[in-house]
Design a protein around this ligand. Structure first.
Ligand SMILES: NC(=O)c1ccc[n+]([C@@H]2O[C@H](COP(=O)([O-])OP(=O)(O)OC[C@H]3O[C@@H](n4cnc5c(N)ncnc54)[C@H](O)[C@@H]3O)[C@@H](O)[C@H]2O)c1
Length: 255
């Protein structure tokens, strides 16, 4: 937005309260030139292709997904949203080749959930070529999406990059287990107790740094299909208490 872009934001939800909160209200969102299309289901290919044609969209940043608990509770719908939804994004891009404004690139969110537990790997950091060994429905869907992206490059030359973050933290991070560090920071500021529901080490990255990396990826002129093991050195260690120690966050966008 600061660069003068006029993004079209589509979401199944009808209340853009997170966007409004981050931008300082619905008026500020409108003044910034953002068009919000609520009630738009990513499973609806016609709605996606219609929006691409109507607004002359030239690149897509795809974030819509069901998270781990929802996918576990309802795997079929989780697959429809996470996998069919992603296929629809790529299909919309493929169909845009017949429009004047062709989609140049797709930036989408995979996840560190494509990897297995640390015990399945040798000591040391994972790399983007580490084997994908998902242990959840959600992780399996993300693996499928990465492979879909490869097919859309090989068959239709649609460039893409998929980010693989682990724990994103920052304003408006409020849903899913990995939202707990953010909720703990908020609780600490308010002087309240909060118990993080998981323990052990995790990689953490601040939401603004993710946004910076995503915008850089969207503007890149690289071709091909890539994944990026988003992007941080962490630390949130084994906490079950209200105070969280965030040591350092370093962005290394692999683009
Ligand atoms: N937050 C993290 O730490 C993290 C880590 C790894 C990967 N990711 C991935 O990044 C992306 C964004 O994560 P988030 O934390 O913002 O998730 P979120 O759950 O806060 O937001 C997901 C959005 O998708 C929308 N959505 C759900 N079903 C939809 C549908 N059928 N059609 C259209 N929209 C739909 C929801 O309304 C919501 O606004 C997701 O793809 C997620 O899997 C996030």
């Amino acid at each position: 937005m600061a660069a003068g872009e006029n993004p079209i934001a589509m979401d199944a939800g009808t209340d853009a309260w997170r966007l409004n909160m981050i931008c300082g209200g619905a008026d500020a969102v409108a003044r910034a030139g953002v068009t919000v299309i609520g009630g738009s289901d990513i499973r609806d290919l016609d709605a996606l292709t219609g929006a691409v044609a109507q607004y002359g969209i030239t690149s897509i940043i795809h974030l819509a997904a069901w998270q781990v608990p929802l996918c576990r509770a309802d795997p079929a719908t989780g697959a429809a949203v996470n996998v069919v939804g992603t296929a629809n994004v790529f299909e919309a891009a493929r169909k845009s080749k017949s429009f004047q404004s062709q989609i140049k690139r797709i930036t989408y969110f995979s996840s560190a959930a494509v990897f297995g537990s640390p015990s399945q790997y040798p000591p040391g950091p994972l790399t983007d070529s580490s084997p994908r060994l998902p242990s959840t429905h959600y992780g399996a869907y993300k693996v499928c999406n990465e492979d879909l992206a490869k097919v859309y490059w090989s068959e239709h030359q649609i460039p893409s990059i998929g980010f693989r973050p682990l724990t994103v933290y920052g304003p408006a991070r409020d849903f899913g287990v990995t939202a707990d560090p953010t909720l703990a920071i908020k609780a600490a500021l308010l002087g309240r107790r909060f118990d993080i529901r998981f323990s052990g080490s995790t990689d953490m990255i601040y939401v603004d740094d993710v946004a910076t990396a995503v915008i850089a990826a969207d503007r890149a002129t690289l071709t091909g299909v890539r994944t990026a093991l988003c992007v941080c050195v962490c630390v949130c260690d084994a906490v079950s208490d209200s105070l969280l120690s965030v040591v350092v966050v370093l962005v290394v966008a692999c683009i």
